[in-house]
Design a protein around this ligand. Structure first.
Ligand code: MOS
Length: 744
């Protein structure tokens, strides 16, 4: 019999967990080979300007150094921008390491030292001498927003602000209750535990095996093939284990370029790894300024929403997020105007960081909605419920499901919201001011094209193979559960092979779409197998399954049987044996349903309840309780799902209270490029967090019913904390992170 404990819905511990916590799972920079060369990048010490001279002679003469690359001797690469564009590229000119003498941002790599050892490469890099012609950096969003512009080329149509509806200005002017406020959010740096690293192993025939820290092996493969004119058959990229990424690994990083460039040029195996400091010079969540004007009638009905956001981008690309469209679909409102602009700064191109756009947009929206609820004189939760909407008003589309009402109800119940005293600064616990806040979160539930190959053997063992990644999210585990369910086995009989560009086509792991997409592909592969087995079985003389259709079938105890009567059937071994086959493969494929998309759209929803206690004398805020209720369709594995949401909430606490990229605007340089000075929530900052998954069935969001939840955990947590701080103190904070100095 199938073991219930291994299939969909069971909290199976991560099958890669023991490998990761014992150091057995190798990361990209942990592969080795005798005689491998090691590269170390050298970075500009100005943020803006040009290199007037660069002297690498001392570095070249340093013992163990093989070669030093700069813009003056970089090997030739593809010239067109298109050849440099990866799967997640942006409008603009993709950054090309060592392209020329221009310095576009702090931390730009301007040389690469290749040596026999890491130590030699690093020491030699210190001997590089550079003269610069510095230009004035521009790094303050609150200043640069004066020169903002609408993105000339949209990154995605869906990111363009939705068309205005109704008359937001007129309704605002006429409304009895209104809020006009500006919210500023600091830049944030992704800090996954695993550093960016690439190990290139060169074979005798010149083909390359590239171990890369990335969220998509095929994306890295396509990138280096495009730049260096390589055939995909000669480049295999592996990312079998990834030590976190949060979006930082969506686009290839310069260490990949460097390692492949040097390997091709020197015809050697090469490794390049970044330091923690270098991790701060990469893609980051852009600083953003948002202006919200919201208004309600006397009964608390939303009359008007205007949301304008200005977001940071680099000099060379137009990074874009969907920041403002949430404001047109989170609540019922007939008068809405949304706008979104960019401001160019001398910084590296920002990138997607967990719930890009939504994490930012909901800080402002859910703060403003909260402010308006007090202005109207309604309970903040009641106000949100009163403005519930059951369709996507931006695009006039139906929702495939929306159990947000259950999130509000179950979350409030669990949190004890009814015991809240409505007035600000009216709750105390000894020395502490106590505040309770609430917020609504939304994230897109999407399906990306995905394939998976599933193979079943006569003894019941199964392999699942796809390029898909597991960035710490649980992909290995849930794919095993889905294959086990589909083929009547236990998850321990499933070997999952992922993180390899040579396997079935899969997009980068991002956008919270992997469980929905790769999960559905594996499910489809299992269905293919049952179909094939049935057709083979029906070829047999007097087959007991002669009249059966695939929908009637199940696999139990390694037998293909009638679901309603498992006495009727044949063993897998007999079916395969009759055809001389040693296994059977199912190739599952899924893609978004374009017809359905004309009518329906899918979102994952959440309601977040927070308790903050603030020391009345010191102003130290502590988030003592969080209850987050999430509606995300089918939950394949409640344990890995909960971990995703917990991690998201913790990052949300960082956004609310700690994380802040500090740039010295005179020099344009990042000052806190280390984990001592760039604060993230530590253990003492993370107290009670409870995750509730509400019941939600959705047969349209994805074939397997999953809506995805890798990102929803962070959305609106910052606002929920700010709202609790307001409730505790009576002071509204609109600059994130809300550090102690602001509360004092
Ligand atoms: Mo996510 S920010 O798409 O990895």
């Amino acid at each position: 019999m199938q073991n219930e404990k291994n299939i969909i819905g069971f909290p199976l511990p991560r099958i890669d967990g023991p490998l990761k916590v014992t150091g057995t799972a190798p990361y990209a920079a942990e592969y080795d080979e005798p005689g491998m060369l090691v590269g170390h990048a050298f970075y500009a010490t100005i943020a803006s300007g040009r290199i007037t001279s660069i002297d690498t002679s001392a570095a070249e003469n340093f013992p163990g150094v093989v070669k030093v690359y700069t813009h003056q001797n970089r090997p030739a690469t593809a010239s067109s921008d298109d050849a440099w564009k990866d799967e997640v590229a942006l409008p603009g000119h993709p950054f090309r390491p060592l392209e020329n003498d221009r310095i576009l941002y702090d931390g730009q790599p301007i040389a690469l030292v290749i040596a026999e050892s890491f130590e030699a490469a690093r020491d030699a890099a210190d001997l590089i001498r550079v003269d610069y012609e510095a230009e004035e950096p521009h790094t303050d969003i609150e200043v640069e927003q004066a020169k903002s512009y609408p993105p000339p080329v949209p990154r995605k149509e869906a990111f363009l602000p939705s068309d205005p509806r109704g008359d937001a200005d007129g309704a605002y002017a006429a409304a009895p209750h209104k809020i006009s406020a500006e919210y500023v959010q600091a830049g944030e740096h992704h800090n996954p535990m695993e550093l960016f690293g690439t190990t290139v192993i060169r074979a005798e025939d010149g083909s390359l095996t590239v171990y890369d820290k990335t969220q998509g092996s095929q994306n890295s493969q396509g990138y280096v093939c495009g730049i260096f004119g390589l055939k995909p058959e000669t480049v295999r990229v592996i990312n079998a284990y990834v030590g976190g990424a949060f979006g930082s690994g969506l686009r290839p990083k310069h260490q990949l370029f460097f390692a492949v460039m040097a390997s091709l040029d020197l015809k050697r195996s090469v490794k390049v790894e970044m330091s923690r400091r270098e991790m701060f010079y990469l893609t980051w969540r852009p600083p953003t300024v948002q202006r919200m004007l919201v208004a309600a009638d006397a009964n608390g009905r939303l009359m008007s929403i205007r949301h304008h956001a200005v977001q940071t981008t680099s000099l060379y690309e137009d990074y874009q997020e969907n920041v403002v469209n949430w404001s047109g679909l989170a609540y019922k409102c007939d008068n809405v105007t949304l706008s979104y602009e960019l401001a160019k700064m001398t910084v590296s191109t920002p990138g997607d960081m967990r719930a890009p756009g939504a994490a930012t947009g909901f800080l402002a929206l859910e703060s403003a909605i909260d402010e308006l609820s007090y202005e109207v004189g309604m309970d903040p939760l009641e106000f949100r419920i009163a403005n519930f909407v059951d369709y996507d008003q931006n695009d006039d589309l139906q929702l495939t499901s929306k159990a947000l009402d259950l999130c509000y109800r179950q979350g409030a119940e669990r949190f004890g919201w009814s015991k809240r005293s409505p007035l600000p600064a009216s709750m105390r616990d000894g020395q502490d001011l106590v505040g309770w806040g609430v917020a609504t979160g939304v994230w897109e539930a999407t399906l990306s094209p995905a394939e998976a190959k599933v193979r079943l053997f006569p003894d019941g063992s199964i392999t699942v193979a796809a390029a898909a990644s597991d960035i710490g999210t649980g992909t290995y585990t849930i794919l095993a559960q889905i294959a086990a369910q589909g083929l009547g086995q236990t998850a321990d009989r499933v070997s999952v092979l992922i993180g390899d560009s040579s396997l079935a086509k899969t997009a980068v792991e991002g956008g919270s779409w992997t469980a929905a997409s790769s999960g559905s592909a594996v499910q489809a592969g299992c269905f293919e197998i049952r179909k094939t087995l049935l057709s083979l079985a029906q070829k047999l003389d007097s087959s007991p399954l002669a009249g059966a259709s695939v929908e009637d079938l199940a696999i139990r105890d390694n037998r293909l049987v009638l679901d309603r009567n498992d006495q009727v059937g044949l063993s897998i071994a007999d079916i395969l044996g009759s055809q001389g086959m040693s296994s059977v493969e199912g190739h599952g494929k899924v893609a978004p349903d374009e017809e359905q998309a004309k009518k329906f759209v899918s979102y994952t929803h959440s309601a977040i309840f927070t308790e903050v206690k603030i020391d009345a004398e010191l102003g130290v805020p502590r988030v003592t309780r969080v209850v987050i209720a999430v509606a995300a369709g089918t939950i394949i594995n409640p344990k890995t799902a909960r971990s995703q949401v917990l991690g998201g909430v913790v990052m949300g606490l960082g956004m609310a209270l700690h994380e802040e990229s500090m740039i010295d605007h005179r020099s344009g340089r990042i000052m806190n490029h280390n984990l001592a000075e760039y604060h993230v929530p530590a253990h003492a900052d993370v107290q009670d967090i409870e995750v509730i998954f509400v019941e939600e069935e959705d047969d349209k969001a994805s074939p397997i019913g999953v809506k995805g939840l890798g990102e929803i955990g962070i959305v609106a947590v910052g606002a929920a904390v700010a709202n609790a701080i307001y409730h505790a103190t009576g002071t509204r904070h609109r600059h994130f992170p809300i550090t102690i100095d602001k509360i004092m």
